[in-house]
Every structure is written in structure tokens, then in C-alpha cells.
Design a protein around this ligand. Structure first.
Ligand code: HAM
Length: 426
């Protein structure tokens, strides 16, 4: 039997309902921030991610799905959403109106990672990016969106960790310090780290192989190389967060797995007992040089992405069900095959009038039709036989009170409207 590829999953049932409801909730929330919805391709030129996310990151060096198309182009399934949005901003010259431009997206990302609970090869992100604003107020607002969304969902066990990586100059000073520090220890590092030393020494600190090596522990710390501008920016971010009553922990070990960050970086983790190791629900930060690095005019950016599978696992762990209850309002069936056409046309018109309607497609007998209506939790049952067709009336049964009504076909919409009242989904 054919099976889904490793690290992917089929979304159906409750999980699919959760996704649909989550999307609606996000749409409404994004309107509150005047943010605009974006869609960018699921694949982009490989070069975009090399330049954007960074060649020496694990994501690009080990985890991308790369392929050549029939025209011999090097393409990559997007491992994340920021680089694509930045490419679109530049290509469509959206930076002209980026004062600021707020963009959101929701869709699948692809990383060739070792699958485990909460870690997939195809996974969904809800992401948010702001361009054209370098105020620390925006860093705090971006963090607050994640927290507000989690609050809206009722999720309680979350913890915000923040850090600063400083501006370009601070990073250059830090880079030099790392080069000096690691030079005499190069032979003690793994092969990947030797490459990182050449291309991006900051990545050495993110190495999983060498993480327990004492050389790592004594390495210079970014925080000691921050210039005054960078320190002030971070301080202001914290002031804004305090004013919004958002709790956070400053954690100088957060460097993030992507190269584009400057200044503020943050991660929101699930703080739920027994949640498992893949507990980072969201990550993000500021990236003031990315637009320029990808070939656009200097434009600051800041954003986040939430991993939806992990978020839904966290909701489950806290017994939170966000699925909308969408009841079947009417179940209709014909007494015999002769009235099937009549039923089909009735059901069509009820649906056009805004009712949730299901019907019997299989010529069931009365008993199994009533059973089916109960199974669907239908509020009303409409039965049409030959006498109903002749008299242009419908037999309508309230499936809760079991009361039966004879309603003229012209009055059915009014009748149902009145009976279903506020609960009616229009
Ligand atoms: P990221 O930290 O690589 O950041 O991913 C964001 C979130 O996506 C993670 O916190 C996690 O919840 C989820 N995630 C990542 N990999 C997987 C996986 N293999 N399986 C399931 N979930 C996963 C970014 O992608 C940046 N683009 C975020 C950003 C936007 N920074 C600025 N703007």
C-alpha cells in the first residue's frame, strides 16, 4: 500500500477542524493590526535561502528539499516564510509603501529533519513580518501578537525568552572576538565547526556536536560586545513589554537557527508538564539587514512564525478545544424515490437561504433516516411524501422536542428562521 512520505501527515477530523477555526481566528486578529495577507510560492530559487537564511545554518546546509526542474533551475521547497516575503517585497517594490508594511501568511514549510513528536518534514507556520519600522515599539508589538493570540486561544503554559544580537557593528566586533578566541582551538572542533569558522563563526555556538565542549562554555558572549545603540534598543523593547504587562525572561543563549537576525530575538516555549522536547512554539526577531542582503534597499524588518502542529499539541495538552460547533440545522428526506427531485430542490433553496442542511442521498427507509438525523445531531427534520408534494406543505419535526408541524413550502424559511433564532448560522 502506498503511504505518505516520512515526516508528513494527513490532516482530517478534529485536527482539520482546528486548523479551519484557527485560520478564521487569525484572519480576525490580523485585521485588528491592519496586517495584510500574503501568499508566496512554496518553492523559490535555492539562492534565495542561501543568501537569506544563511549557508552555514543547519536549515540550509542539511535540511532543505532541493531539486532541479526540467529547465535545469535550482529550486528549494521553502523551509521558512521570511525569505520569500522579503523577495516579494523587493520584486514588487512594496518597500516604497512600507511605512510600515505588515504582512501575514499561513502555510506549509519543508525541512528534512529527523521526525519526532512535534517535528515534521512538512509543517505549517503562521507568520508575521513588518517592514519599514525600526522602533523598538514594533519589536514589542510583534512579541505581543504571539502572546495575545495564545491568550485568545486560552493557552496558559507559555514562556517568553528574549535576547539581543545587537546591530551590524556589534556583531562584527563579536565576530572578530570569536575568530580570535577559536583560532587556537580549531583542531578541537568538529568538521562542520571548522567550516563555520571560515564562513560564520557565530554559528559555532549553535553546534549540537560540540555543545558540551568546555571551549564553548568559555567563549566570548555577545552581550559583552553590544554597543550603546544596541543596548538602548533592547532596553526600550523591554520597557514596552513591561508596559504591556508581558512577562519574559532574558536569555542570552538564544541565538536562533537562522542567520538574518539583528537586535531582538525571541522564542516562546510551551511550559506544560510532559510536553516533550520540541517545545518551542514560536520564534522570531528583528532582521534589519535582510532586505539589503537579498538585493533591496535598506529596510528594517521584524517578525515571527508560530509552528501550528506544536501549537495544536499544546492546546491538546491543556485540554483546549477550539473547534467550532457547526450543527446540521436541517436533515431532509423523501418518503419515496418519487419525491427525491422535490427534496433536492428544497434543500438547494434552504442552503441558499443560509441554513446548514444535509439530506438523504441513499433512499433510506424512515427508521434509518431518523437514526441518521440523530447521528448528525440535526435540529429539524423535513419529510416529504406524495401528499406533501400535492398540498405544497412540508412535514417538519423538531428533533429535540419531537413536535411535528405542517408548514407551507413558502413559509419554511420564515419558520426555520424563527425557530433557530440567534443560533442560526447565516
Ligand atoms: P523558526 O524558529 O525556524 O523560525 O521556526 C518557527 C517555528 O516553526 C518554530 O518555533 C516551530 O514551532 C516551528 N517549526 C520549525 N521547524 C519545525 C518542524 N520541523 N516541525 C514542526 N514545527 C517546526 C522561522 O522559521 C522564522 N522564519 C521566523 C521569523 C519570522 N523570524 C522573523 N520573522
Amino acid at each position: 500500500m502506498l503511504q505518505k512520505p516520512k515526516g508528513t501527515y494527513d490532516r482530517f477530523g478534529k485536527d482539520a477542524d482546528t486548523m479551519l477555526y484557527f485560520r478564521k481566528l487569525v484572519e480576525a486578529l490580523m485585521d485588528k493590526y491592519n496586517a495584510k495577507y500574503f501568499e508566496t510560492p512554496l518553492f523559490e530559487s535555492s539562492e534565495l535561502f542561501h543568501r537569506g537564511v544563511g549557508e552555514t545554518t543547519d536549515i540550509v546546509s542539511k535540511e532543505t528539499y532541493d531539486f532541479k526542474d526540467r529547465g535545469d533551475r535550482n529550486l528549494t521547497l521553502r523551509p521558512e516564510g521570511t525569505a520569500g516575503i522579503v523577495r516579494s517585497l523587493i520584486e514588487n517594490k512594496l518597500y516604497v509603501e512600507a511605512k510600515p508594511l505588515k504582512a501575514w501568511y499561513l502555510g506549509p514549510m519543508f525541512r528534512y529533519e529527523r521526525p519526532q513528536a512535534g517535528r515534521f518534514r512538512e509543517f505549517y507556520q503562521f507568520g508575521y513580518e513588518v517592514f519599514g519600522c525600526d522602533s523598538p515599539m514594533m519589536d514589542a508589538e510583534v512579541i505581543s501578537i504571539v502572546i495575545n493570540l495564545f491568550k485568545l486561544l486560552g493557552l496558559k503554559g507559555v514562556k517568553v525568552n528574549i535576547n539581543t544580537l545587537g546591530d551590524k557593528r556589534s556583531r562584527e566586533d563579536y565576530r572578530t572576538a570569536l575568530l580570535d578566541y577559536f583560532k587556537p582551538h580549531l583542531n578541537e572542533l568538529c568538521d562542520d565547526c571548522k567550516k563555520r569558522y571560515e564562513k560564520n563563526p557565530l554559528r559555532i555556538l549553535d553546534c549540537k556536536v560540540d555543545s558540551n565542549n568546555p571551549i564553548m562554555k568559555n567563549a566570548p558572549k555577545m552581550v559583552d560586545y553590544l554597543n550603546d545603540y544596541s543596548k538602548l534598543h533592547f532596553q526600550k523593547v523591554m520597557e514596552y513589554l513591561d508596559a504591556m504587562k508581558i512577562e519574559y525572561t532574558v536569555n542570552h543563549n538564544i541565538v536562533r537557527g537562522l542567520d538574518y537576525y539583528t537586535h531582538t530575538v525571541f522564542e516562546v516555549e510551551a511550559d506544560i508538564k510532559g510536553f516533550g522536547s520540541q517545545n518551542v512554539l514560536a520564534g522570531g526577531g528583528r532582521y534589519n539587514n535582510l532586505v539589503e542582503n537579498i538585493g533591496g534597499p535598506s529596510t528594517p524588518g521584524v517578525g515571527f512564525a508560530i509552528g501550528l502542529e506544536r501549537l495544536f499539541l499544546a492546546l491538546q495538552a491543556e485540554n483546549i478545544d477550539i473547534c467550532e460547533n457547526k450543527p446540521v440545522e436541517v436533515y431532509a428526506f423523501a418518503a419515496s424515490e418519487n419525491e427525491q427531485v422535490y427534496i433536492a430542490s428544497l434543500v438547494n433553496s434552504l442552503r441558499l437561504n443560509g441554513f446548514n442542511v444535509d439530506m438523504d442521498y441513499n433512499n433510506r427507509n424512515f427508521k434509518s433516516n431518523f437514526k441518521r438525523a440523530d447521528k448528525l445531531d440535526a435540529k429539524f427534520i423535513i419529510i416529504v411524501g406524495s401528499s406533501e408534494v400535492e398540498s405544497n406543505t412540508l412535514t417538519v419535526k423538531d428533533n429535540q422536542t419531537k413536535e411535528e408541524y405542517k408548514i407551507k413550502i413558502d413559509d419554511i424559511v420564515e419558520f426555520l428562521d424563527e425557530k433557530l433564532g440567534d443560533n442560526h448560522e447565516n
